[in-house]
Design a protein around this ligand. Structure first.
Ligand code: NYM
Length: 212
């Protein structure tokens, strides 16, 4: 009930440092929403299944070297190649829970010393999220979780810079959840934020584009 004709889905983005818990929280959220009969999909950027995603994946695995700006543009292109599908899904009423988006793009590339404004430019015109949830964790605490693998960027010094950039990018509309709370409590907060957002979008809020 309540799915009015033409009601659209919500674009909900989860952001946070590596090891902040985004991936497991977003998959639990999607199962919960499915159980409530909400049409929903979980998405993840980078989407490593495309050919651009394959280039990103070998870069992250240190199997390929790329200029900082070139890899930045590939991450962005990986979102652009999904833009029309994203818009179609949202317009057809499916909500998307997206694990990383343009904010990761800017926060990670700017941590290498690229200017924030330069990093933001290629994201302009992508679909703007209806809600950004930031799983907040100190870089030191994330590092203690011990899951850092061998991927590029998974180092404390680098994550400190990423964290500073996320704080510069965030605005008062971001929902911040303490990523050090018990997993269950994080999930509870996330569920109520998501339901509220999805309800708000159904009642006619139009889609908009980055940067807000
Ligand atoms: N990353 C992710 C970027 O540097 N730019 C981007 O635009 C995106 C979406 O890729 N350390 C970085 C953040 C991660 C790495 O992401 C791989 P994940 O969520 O571990 O697959």
């Amino acid at each position: 009930s309540g799915h009015g004709e033409g009601s659209r889905g919500s674009l909900i983005v989860l952001e946070g440092l590596d090891r902040s818990g985004k991936t497991s929280q977003s998959s639990r959220l999607v199962s919960f929403l499915e159980g409530r009969g909400v049409p929903v999909e979980t998405w993840h950027f980078p989407d490593r299944r495309t050919s651009i995603g394959g280039m990103i994946s070998s870069y992250l695995a240190n199997n390929a070297q790329l200029d900082d700006r070139a890899i930045h543009l590939l991450f962005s292109a990986n979102r652009w190649e999904k833009r029309s599908l994203m818009e179609a899904k949202l317009k057809s009423g499916t909500s998307l829970i997206v694990d990383r988006y343009s904010y990761s793009g800017v926060a990670f590339s700017a941590a290498k010393g690229l200017a924030i404004e330069w990093c933001k430019a290629p994201e302009e015109g992508l679909i703007a999220p209806d809600m950004v949830v930031y799983l907040d964790i100190l870089p030191e605490r994330a590092a203690e979780r011990g899951g850092y693998g061998n991927e590029r960027y998974e180092q404390l010094e680098f994550q400190r810079k990423v964290s500073d950039n996320y704080h510069d990018l965030s605005d008062s509309t971001w929902k911040i959840i303490d990523a050090c709370l018990p997993e269950e409590d994080i999930q509870t907060q996330l569920r109520s934020l998501a339901l509220e957002c999805i309800t708000g979008c159904r009642s006619g809020k139009p889609l908009s584009t980055l940067w807000l």
